[in-house]
Write a new protein. Structure first.
Length: 546
């Protein structure tokens, strides 16, 4: 085990050993490179890490990747980069495969931990390193002799898409760039190009035959029959699966929600798969699937998706207790999904699991939902902007554009589309609240209620116009409450049109006839959960007394 190779830890105080910084970042970086002495424990770790990669020791690699790399980062590289490529290459005999993997982790650390983020040169070098890695994997005539833990493979693909997203936003901010930087960007327009990223992800999907494998797996047969030589190899199979999720994320960032769901055609997104055993991957998939459904106005499917994954997170909290690489991302996406679920429930009320409902009642979500139910468009917009992905434009602004920040244009456009949809439904919660009180209700009476609610009964309104306006809102109610809902066995884009409202109505002449279609609460399940909770509390109290 690696623990046997560790040296006694010592306090590594860079500033006290080598003096304080000058204040000039370039001079400081150069001075750091010249004076930095790599701790022995780091050297031993890198050698052992290289050997584990060469031998394909997946279990040992998982321990090194998940435990020892973060621990050494915290001890020695919390606010500075890991050692440079040239220094590491001498220690590991310039092993080409290990150096590619090391540089992937090196640049990832810079993106995540180093103040100010990566430089333009580092962004370029990270892209070229990804090119080397994927060329090595994809250009081989037979499966490469490389085994990596599934978590590392997922985070590798996820980081690849993230760095593209980061570069696209960096590229769109022109106001603080020097002419030299703009010229460099213009002359390297294929670096982090959206077509290159799409090509890599689709190539990994095709190489692994993952779509065919998932199709056969869904029908209950053996995926290996269609996997081919590459698809049977764990590295290619899992990279192919994670690339599908990467494509889901990428299309969502570009605002193409139909294509985002379509890439998962062979995955039953509402059911657990044998491939979805990495929690961060499962959570990310549900976040983007649920968001895409919401933007396609398929609220029932969005609510089902969000509720299912939030329930999973509630029941597996211990998995996210430790500070992993994506710990903060998981927590943020969880909070975002609660906001998105709150939006969907306001627009399309329906019963959800009691424990999820309780969370929405206890936290600040309750106040937000209250404001949205009363038609507060600003609250809708605030929740959406907080919870939505950081949208991208597929084409960067020309370098000769007026110096400005163009990175917000995509999110402004998507927010406008969402707010326009909500604007059409602004009156529906109020109408719903009145209809719940009656079994029959004259149109004129409801129109009067609505007019009083809108104009505080100042007398300046025309009842005939109000009735016509009410009829339009009632038709809108019927239309908006009827969604395409996924059915078991169909793809994510297919389904049947169903009314998701807890009440139904029809208009006969001047009378509205209302029927309550709300499904009764499952009180038995609710009381059983509470009884079990009280029993657990009693046991804890009993132990405390002992």
């Amino acid at each position: 085990m690696y623990d046997d190779y560790e040296q006694p830890a010592y306090n590594y105080d860079y500033e006290s050993d080598f003096g304080a910084h000058t204040g000039d970042p370039q001079l400081d970086n150069e001075y750091s490179r010249q004076m930095y002495m790599m701790p022995e424990v780091v050297k031993n770790f890198l050698v052992y890490f290289r050997n584990a990669v060469s031998e394909g020791s997946v279990f040992e690699l998982q321990n090194l990747y998940e435990v020892h790399w973060p621990k050494l980062t915290e001890d020695y590289f919390e606010k500075r980069p890991w050692p440079e490529e040239a220094e590491v290459a001498k220690i590991v005999d310039n092993d080409p495969v290990f150096m590619i993997l090391y540089k992937e982790l090196y640049f990832r650390h810079i993106y995540a931990r180093i103040q100010g983020g990566p430089t333009l040169e580092q962004r370029f070098n990270s892209f070229y390193n990804y090119c080397d890695l994927f060329n090595y994997i994809l250009s081989a005539e037979e499966p490469v002799p490389l085994e990596l833990p599934d978590l590392w493979l997922w985070e590798l693909v996820d980081e690849f898409v993230y760095q593209f997203q980061s570069f696209a936003q960096y590229r769109a901010r022109l106001q603080k760039k020097t002419p030299q930087e703009l010229e460099t960007l213009n002359s390297n327009n294929k670096v982090w190009n959206v077509l290159c990223v799409l090509n890599v992800l689709h190539s990994l999907v095709d190489k692994s035959n993952i779509k065919q494998q998932l199709d056969v797996y869904a029908s209950g047969n053996d995926p290996d029959t269609v996997a081919g030589d590459f698809g049977r190899h764990s590295l290619y199979k899992m990279l192919g699966y994670f690339s599908l999720v990467g494509l889901l994320r990428l299309h969502s960032l570009l605002g193409d929600y139909y294509q985002a769901i379509k890439v998962l055609d062979n995955i039953e997104v509402h059911l657990k798969s044998q491939f979805a055993h990495v929690p961060a991957c499962q959570i990310s998939t549900s976040y983007y699937v649920g968001f895409a459904y919401m933007m396609m106005r398929r609220y029932s499917d969005a609510i089902r998706t969000f509720s299912s994954i939030l329930l999973y997170i509630q029941r597996t909290k211990q998995l996210f207790a430790s500070k992993s690489y994506q710990h903060d991302q998981i927590n943020k996406q969880t909070d975002q999904m609660y906001h998105l679920l709150a939006i969907c429930l306001v627009l399309h009320p329906q019963c959800i699991d009691e424990s999820i409902q309780q969370t929405l009642r206890e936290k600040s979500y309750h106040e937000k939902m209250y404001k949205m139910q009363y038609g507060d468009l600003q609250e809708f917009e605030n929740c959406f902007v907080f919870a939505c992905p950081k949208f991208l434009s597929p084409c960067p602004p020309p370098v000769d554009s007026i110096p400005d920040d163009y990175s917000k244009e995509a999110i402004r456009h998507q927010t406008q589309v969402f707010v326009e949809e909500v604007q059409q439904q602004k009156m529906l919660p109020t109408i719903r609240s009145y209809l719940k009180l009656y079994t029959t209700l004259p149109l004129m009476k409801l129109a009067t209620f609505m007019a009083q609610n809108q104009r505080n009964n100042d007398g300046n309104w025309d009842i005939d116009k109000e009735i016509q306006s009410l009829i339009i809102h009632l038709l809108c109610f019927k239309h908006k409450m009827k969604n395409l809902v996924w059915t078991k066995g169909s793809s994510g884009l297919d389904g049947k049109f169903q009314s998701g409202s807890e009440l139904d109505f029809y208009i006969d002449n001047d009378m509205i006839h209302i029927a309550d279609t709300k499904v009764a609460h499952r009180y038995g399940d609710f009381f059983i959960r509470k009884i079990l909770k009280f029993e657990e509390l009693n046991r804890k109290l009993h132990h405390l007394k002992l």
